[in-house]
Design a protein around this ligand. Structure first.
Ligand SMILES: Cc1cc2nc3c(=O)[nH]c(=O)nc-3n(C[C@H](O)[C@H](O)[C@H](O)COP(=O)(O)O)c2cc1C
Length: 305
């Protein structure tokens, strides 16, 4: 794990970073199979790091072994089409077959899958918690500033960094060009920039036809990896069906200002299982394909040590 890229305000225990590593391992495993290799993966070969913070120990050791018995995974075909879609979704809801394909994609992994659609009364609660949590994140100075640090506005910044959160809208680019958007300090909670982001999100949420989530019965680092593996499989299965996803992580984040939403979302999604952790919760719906997020490329990820 790159310890220079932790997000201590919004991901204080680095739970989400471990999930993201799980997504990588799953894709690596599929790619290996595609080439006739078996990926033997040992998680945390020098032990799991602390529940609170990662350290320099490796998160996985991988041996690639040629193996005539490995079968390619049909989800591999969708890897280059899988993109997070942050825009509006159509109103139609996923049908029974789509639900089944999504459920099948995470079989054998240590997760429980849940799905709600707009024809069910609880959908309104999902929308409300997501909106409340988004507002809190936007109006909490520390968490907003953490996002501002990795905000890349316009093609030049996006190309230079190829990471973080990309914004390419004319309005925000204009504000930056005119020196009217100072990312070194948090915007006022009632400023037009914050109000605009809140109303954009609320509008998308109100139209969202479904949500899907993954919960786990414990919250060890190994389980978080498993949740990541499940998450990317779920999104690949959704991609194959023309369905898009967009994580709603704010209410799942473990910082004090979100405690109320964290509790509400766990009660709604995990119900009676008070030990369960909701690892991923996302919007789900049909929409035209979104473009790819910027990537830093392979070399930037290789440690020369
Ligand atoms: C654990 C986890 C939580 C995430 N939560 C959010 C989120 O709440 N909102 C968001 O816009 N992106 C979130 N992302 C990031 C995107 O889903 C995505 O991984 C990233 O932007 C790269 O884009 P891609 O999916 O198009 O490859 C999250 C990613 C991970 C791994």
């Amino acid at each position: 794990m790159d310890l220079r890229r932790l997000l201590p305000e919004t991901d204080p225990w680095s739970r989400q970073l471990v999930i993201s590593q799980g997504t990588f391992l799953e894709l690596l495993d599929m790619a290996a199979k595609q080439r006739g290799y078996r990926a033997d993966i040992t998680l945390f070969p020098e032990g799991e790091f602390d529940a609170k913070a990662p350290d320099g120990r490796p998160t996985a050791r991988i041996h690639l072994v040629r193996d005539a018995a490995v079968q390619p995974d049909p989800l591999f075909a969708h890897i280059f089409r899988r993109h997070t879609h942050r825009g509006k979704y159509e109103s139609r809801i996923p049908n029974v077959d789509a639900r089944q394909a999504m459920a099948d994609s995470v079989k054998g992994l240590p997760v429980k899958l849940g799905l709600v659609t707009a024809d069910e009364p609880s959908m309104q609660q999902h929308r409300q918690i997501a909106m409340d949590a988004w507002r809190i994140e936007m109006q909490t100075a520390r968490t907003l500033l953490e996002s501002y640090k990795v905000l890349r506005v316009g093609p030049q910044e996006i190309t230079q960094h190829r990471d973080g959160i990309s914004i390419n809208t004319p309005m925000v680019r204009g504000l930056v060009a005119l020196g009217l958007f100072d990312r070194s300090k948090p915007s006022e909670p009632d400023s037009s920039a914050i109000k605009g982001q809140i109303s954009d999100f609320n509008e998308k949420m109100a139209l969202t036809p479904a949500c899907v989530w993954l919960s786990t019965s414990d919250n060890t680092r190994t389980t978080q990896m498993g949740a990541g593996r499940a998450y990317v499989r779920l999104q690949l299965a959704a991609t194959a069906l023309g369905l898009r996803m967009h994580p709603l992580s704010q209410a799942l984040q473990e910082y004090p200002e979100q405690a109320h939403n964290y509790k509400a979302v766990h009660q709604l999604l995990a119900g009676a299982d008070s030990d369960a952790t909701v690892q991923m919760w996302t919007r789900l719906g049909y929409a035209p394909e979104a473009g790819p997020a910027p990537r830093r490329g392979l070399q930037a990820h290789l440690d020369k040590a």
